[in-house]
Write a protein that binds this ligand. Structure first.
Ligand SMILES: CSCCC(=O)C(=O)COP(=O)(O)O
Ligand SMILES: [Mg+2]
Length: 260
Protein backbone atom coordinates (compact mmCIF):
# COMPACT_ATOMS: atom_id res chain seq x y z
CA UNK A 1 0.00 0.00 0.00
CA UNK A 2 1.55 3.35 -1.01
CA UNK A 3 2.82 5.38 1.89
CA UNK A 4 2.48 2.60 4.47
CA UNK A 5 5.46 0.84 5.98
CA UNK A 6 5.07 -2.80 6.83
CA UNK A 7 7.24 -3.94 9.74
CA UNK A 8 9.26 -7.01 8.74
CA UNK A 9 8.81 -9.74 11.30
CA UNK A 10 11.96 -11.85 11.28
CA UNK A 11 11.34 -15.59 11.25
CA UNK A 12 12.74 -17.00 14.46
CA UNK A 13 14.82 -20.14 14.46
CA UNK A 14 13.48 -23.53 15.50
CA UNK A 15 13.36 -24.38 19.20
CA UNK A 16 14.81 -27.81 18.43
CA UNK A 17 16.42 -29.57 15.49
CA UNK A 18 15.76 -33.27 14.86
CA UNK A 19 18.35 -34.95 12.65
CA UNK A 20 18.38 -38.15 10.64
CA UNK A 21 21.57 -40.26 10.54
CA UNK A 22 22.08 -42.24 7.32
CA UNK A 23 22.59 -39.85 4.39
CA UNK A 24 22.18 -36.74 6.56
CA UNK A 25 24.61 -36.52 9.48
CA UNK A 26 26.47 -39.69 8.48
CA UNK A 27 27.50 -41.37 5.28
CA UNK A 28 24.93 -43.46 3.43
CA UNK A 29 27.68 -45.73 2.09
CA UNK A 30 29.23 -46.27 5.51
CA UNK A 31 25.89 -47.50 6.85
CA UNK A 32 25.13 -49.64 3.79
CA UNK A 33 28.61 -50.96 2.97
CA UNK A 34 30.09 -51.33 6.45
CA UNK A 35 27.45 -51.40 9.18
CA UNK A 36 24.72 -53.43 7.49
CA UNK A 37 27.05 -56.20 6.18
CA UNK A 38 28.77 -56.38 9.59
CA UNK A 39 25.41 -57.17 11.22
CA UNK A 40 24.10 -59.34 8.37
CA UNK A 41 26.89 -61.91 8.63
CA UNK A 42 26.52 -62.05 12.42
CA UNK A 43 22.71 -62.54 12.69
CA UNK A 44 22.88 -66.34 12.91
CA UNK A 45 26.08 -66.53 15.02
CA UNK A 46 24.71 -63.92 17.45
CA UNK A 47 21.44 -65.81 17.99
CA UNK A 48 23.32 -69.07 18.50
CA UNK A 49 25.84 -67.54 20.90
CA UNK A 50 23.15 -65.80 22.98
CA UNK A 51 20.57 -68.61 22.97
CA UNK A 52 18.44 -68.57 26.12
CA UNK A 53 19.73 -65.19 27.38
CA UNK A 54 17.58 -62.12 28.06
CA UNK A 55 18.73 -60.25 24.89
CA UNK A 56 17.99 -63.37 22.77
CA UNK A 57 14.50 -63.57 24.29
CA UNK A 58 14.04 -59.82 23.66
CA UNK A 59 14.81 -60.30 19.96
CA UNK A 60 12.51 -63.35 19.57
CA UNK A 61 9.71 -61.55 21.43
CA UNK A 62 10.16 -58.50 19.19
CA UNK A 63 9.89 -60.67 16.07
CA UNK A 64 6.77 -62.34 17.47
CA UNK A 65 5.19 -58.96 18.30
CA UNK A 66 6.06 -57.64 14.83
CA UNK A 67 4.60 -60.63 12.98
CA UNK A 68 1.78 -61.47 15.40
CA UNK A 69 3.01 -65.07 15.64
CA UNK A 70 5.27 -66.87 18.08
CA UNK A 71 8.56 -67.63 16.34
CA UNK A 72 11.22 -70.19 17.16
CA UNK A 73 14.84 -69.20 16.61
CA UNK A 74 15.05 -70.68 13.09
CA UNK A 75 11.94 -68.93 11.80
CA UNK A 76 12.90 -65.68 13.53
CA UNK A 77 16.35 -65.88 11.91
CA UNK A 78 14.81 -66.44 8.48
CA UNK A 79 12.68 -63.33 8.90
CA UNK A 80 15.55 -61.24 10.23
CA UNK A 81 17.70 -62.26 7.24
CA UNK A 82 14.88 -61.37 4.82
CA UNK A 83 14.47 -57.96 6.44
CA UNK A 84 18.22 -57.35 6.37
CA UNK A 85 18.48 -58.29 2.69
CA UNK A 86 15.57 -55.96 1.83
CA UNK A 87 16.84 -53.13 4.10
CA UNK A 88 13.41 -53.31 5.73
CA UNK A 89 13.02 -50.83 8.57
CA UNK A 90 11.67 -53.53 10.89
CA UNK A 91 12.12 -52.75 14.58
CA UNK A 92 13.23 -56.29 15.61
CA UNK A 93 16.01 -56.20 13.00
CA UNK A 94 17.04 -52.72 14.15
CA UNK A 95 17.20 -53.97 17.76
CA UNK A 96 19.39 -56.92 16.82
CA UNK A 97 21.63 -54.84 14.54
CA UNK A 98 22.21 -52.48 17.46
CA UNK A 99 23.15 -55.37 19.75
CA UNK A 100 25.59 -56.75 17.17
CA UNK A 101 27.13 -53.35 16.40
CA UNK A 102 27.65 -52.74 20.13
CA UNK A 103 30.11 -55.64 20.08
CA UNK A 104 31.84 -54.16 17.04
CA UNK A 105 32.30 -50.76 18.66
CA UNK A 106 33.54 -52.37 21.88
CA UNK A 107 36.06 -54.43 19.88
CA UNK A 108 37.27 -51.35 17.98
CA UNK A 109 36.05 -52.86 14.69
CA UNK A 110 33.42 -50.16 13.99
CA UNK A 111 33.15 -46.42 14.19
CA UNK A 112 30.29 -44.00 13.52
CA UNK A 113 30.80 -41.90 10.41
CA UNK A 114 29.80 -38.30 11.08
CA UNK A 115 30.42 -35.50 8.57
CA UNK A 116 32.81 -32.76 9.76
CA UNK A 117 30.15 -30.04 9.59
CA UNK A 118 27.99 -31.85 12.15
CA UNK A 119 29.93 -31.22 15.41
CA UNK A 120 30.19 -27.43 14.83
CA UNK A 121 26.50 -27.27 13.94
CA UNK A 122 25.55 -29.13 17.12
CA UNK A 123 27.87 -26.88 19.12
CA UNK A 124 26.32 -23.75 17.56
CA UNK A 125 22.78 -24.91 18.29
CA UNK A 126 23.78 -25.76 21.85
CA UNK A 127 25.20 -22.25 22.32
CA UNK A 128 21.98 -20.78 20.95
CA UNK A 129 19.86 -22.93 23.25
CA UNK A 130 18.37 -24.88 20.34
CA UNK A 131 17.53 -28.49 21.22
CA UNK A 132 19.38 -31.23 19.35
CA UNK A 133 17.75 -34.62 18.79
CA UNK A 134 18.25 -37.65 16.55
CA UNK A 135 15.48 -39.59 14.84
CA UNK A 136 16.68 -42.66 12.96
CA UNK A 137 15.39 -46.08 11.99
CA UNK A 138 18.43 -47.42 13.82
CA UNK A 139 17.66 -48.31 17.44
CA UNK A 140 18.33 -45.72 20.14
CA UNK A 141 21.15 -47.96 21.43
CA UNK A 142 22.67 -48.03 17.93
CA UNK A 143 22.35 -44.26 17.64
CA UNK A 144 24.12 -43.71 20.96
CA UNK A 145 26.94 -46.07 19.97
CA UNK A 146 27.28 -44.36 16.58
CA UNK A 147 27.62 -40.87 18.04
CA UNK A 148 29.77 -42.17 20.88
CA UNK A 149 32.44 -43.55 18.53
CA UNK A 150 33.21 -40.98 15.84
CA UNK A 151 36.45 -39.59 14.40
CA UNK A 152 35.42 -36.33 16.12
CA UNK A 153 35.23 -38.01 19.51
CA UNK A 154 32.20 -38.77 21.64
CA UNK A 155 29.46 -36.44 20.38
CA UNK A 156 26.77 -37.62 22.79
CA UNK A 157 27.24 -34.64 25.13
CA UNK A 158 26.11 -32.43 22.23
CA UNK A 159 22.80 -34.29 21.89
CA UNK A 160 19.68 -33.95 24.02
CA UNK A 161 17.93 -37.18 23.05
CA UNK A 162 17.11 -39.87 20.51
CA UNK A 163 14.00 -41.30 18.82
CA UNK A 164 13.61 -44.56 16.90
CA UNK A 165 10.93 -46.82 15.42
CA UNK A 166 9.87 -48.13 18.83
CA UNK A 167 9.72 -44.78 20.63
CA UNK A 168 8.32 -42.59 17.83
CA UNK A 169 7.08 -44.90 15.06
CA UNK A 170 7.82 -45.24 11.32
CA UNK A 171 9.67 -42.31 9.80
CA UNK A 172 7.31 -41.85 6.85
CA UNK A 173 4.27 -41.54 9.12
CA UNK A 174 3.12 -38.04 10.16
CA UNK A 175 1.90 -39.41 13.50
CA UNK A 176 5.53 -40.17 14.44
CA UNK A 177 6.38 -36.46 14.17
CA UNK A 178 3.26 -35.57 16.14
CA UNK A 179 4.42 -38.00 18.85
CA UNK A 180 7.91 -36.47 18.97
CA UNK A 181 6.48 -32.93 19.16
CA UNK A 182 4.22 -34.02 22.02
CA UNK A 183 7.13 -35.71 23.82
CA UNK A 184 9.29 -32.60 23.46
CA UNK A 185 6.36 -30.33 24.32
CA UNK A 186 7.08 -28.01 21.39
CA UNK A 187 4.67 -26.76 18.77
CA UNK A 188 5.33 -28.55 15.45
CA UNK A 189 6.21 -25.21 13.80
CA UNK A 190 9.02 -24.80 16.34
CA UNK A 191 10.68 -28.03 15.21
CA UNK A 192 12.99 -28.57 12.25
CA UNK A 193 13.47 -32.05 10.75
CA UNK A 194 16.54 -32.63 8.57
CA UNK A 195 16.69 -35.77 6.43
CA UNK A 196 17.77 -37.23 3.08
CA UNK A 197 14.47 -39.03 2.44
CA UNK A 198 11.53 -37.28 0.78
CA UNK A 199 8.84 -39.47 2.34
CA UNK A 200 10.17 -38.67 5.83
CA UNK A 201 10.28 -34.93 5.11
CA UNK A 202 6.78 -35.04 3.62
CA UNK A 203 5.49 -36.75 6.78
CA UNK A 204 7.17 -34.18 9.02
CA UNK A 205 5.75 -31.32 6.92
CA UNK A 206 2.29 -32.92 7.08
CA UNK A 207 2.62 -32.80 10.88
CA UNK A 208 3.39 -29.08 10.67
CA UNK A 209 7.16 -29.23 11.11
CA UNK A 210 9.76 -27.18 9.29
CA UNK A 211 11.84 -29.37 6.99
CA UNK A 212 15.19 -29.30 5.21
CA UNK A 213 16.45 -31.94 2.77
CA UNK A 214 20.11 -32.93 2.78
CA UNK A 215 21.85 -34.24 -0.30
CA UNK A 216 25.54 -34.81 0.37
CA UNK A 217 27.85 -34.11 -2.63
CA UNK A 218 28.94 -37.76 -2.98
CA UNK A 219 25.31 -38.94 -2.81
CA UNK A 220 24.16 -39.28 -6.43
CA UNK A 221 20.49 -39.98 -5.72
CA UNK A 222 17.99 -37.55 -7.19
CA UNK A 223 17.25 -34.36 -5.29
CA UNK A 224 14.31 -34.42 -2.88
CA UNK A 225 11.53 -32.23 -4.32
CA UNK A 226 9.36 -29.89 -2.28
CA UNK A 227 11.76 -29.03 0.56
CA UNK A 228 14.55 -26.53 1.04
CA UNK A 229 17.78 -28.39 0.25
CA UNK A 230 21.34 -28.16 1.59
CA UNK A 231 24.55 -30.11 1.04
CA UNK A 232 25.70 -29.89 4.66
CA UNK A 233 24.41 -28.58 7.99
CA UNK A 234 26.51 -25.41 7.71
CA UNK A 235 23.86 -23.28 5.91
CA UNK A 236 21.45 -24.09 8.72
CA UNK A 237 23.60 -22.34 11.30
CA UNK A 238 24.60 -19.29 9.25
CA UNK A 239 22.80 -16.23 10.58
CA UNK A 240 22.70 -13.43 7.96
CA UNK A 241 20.03 -11.70 10.03
CA UNK A 242 20.95 -11.63 13.73
CA UNK A 243 17.27 -11.27 14.54
CA UNK A 244 16.55 -14.65 13.02
CA UNK A 245 18.20 -16.73 15.73
CA UNK A 246 16.13 -18.32 18.46
CA UNK A 247 16.47 -16.96 21.95
CA UNK A 248 18.07 -19.45 24.34
CA UNK A 249 15.47 -21.74 25.80
CA UNK A 250 15.38 -24.55 28.29
CA UNK A 251 15.61 -27.66 26.17
CA UNK A 252 13.89 -30.82 27.40
CA UNK A 253 16.53 -33.52 27.69
CA UNK A 254 16.03 -37.26 27.70
CA UNK A 255 17.73 -39.12 30.49
CA UNK A 256 20.70 -41.19 29.40
CA UNK A 257 20.24 -44.75 30.72
CA UNK A 258 24.02 -45.19 30.60
CA UNK A 259 24.30 -42.48 33.27
CA UNK A 260 22.20 -44.45 35.73
C1 LIG B 1 23.63 -46.09 13.54
S1 LIG B 1 22.04 -45.92 13.05
C2 LIG B 1 21.94 -46.97 11.65
C3 LIG B 1 20.97 -46.46 10.70
C4 LIG B 1 20.01 -47.50 10.26
O1 LIG B 1 19.97 -48.60 10.80
C5 LIG B 1 19.11 -47.20 9.22
O2 LIG B 1 18.29 -48.02 8.86
C6 LIG B 1 19.14 -45.87 8.55
O3 LIG B 1 18.28 -45.10 9.17
P1 LIG B 1 18.13 -43.51 9.07
O4 LIG B 1 16.75 -43.34 9.57
O5 LIG B 1 19.17 -42.91 9.95
O6 LIG B 1 18.27 -43.08 7.66
MG1 LIG C 1 18.42 -41.22 6.28
Amino acid sequence: MPGSRQARVPESGPRAVVLDIEGTTGSLSHVRDVLFPYARERLAPWLAAHRGTAPWRQVLDAVAAHTGEVQDEASALALLEQWADADAKAAPLKTLQGLIWAGGYAAGELHGHVYPDVPPALECWRTQGTGRFIYSSGSVAAQRDWFGHTAHGDLRPLLDGYFDLTTAGPKADADSYRAIAAELAYAPADLLFVSDVGAELDAAAEAGWRTVAVRRPEDDREAVPGHKAVASLTPLISRPDPGSSAAPVDTPTQEDPSDE
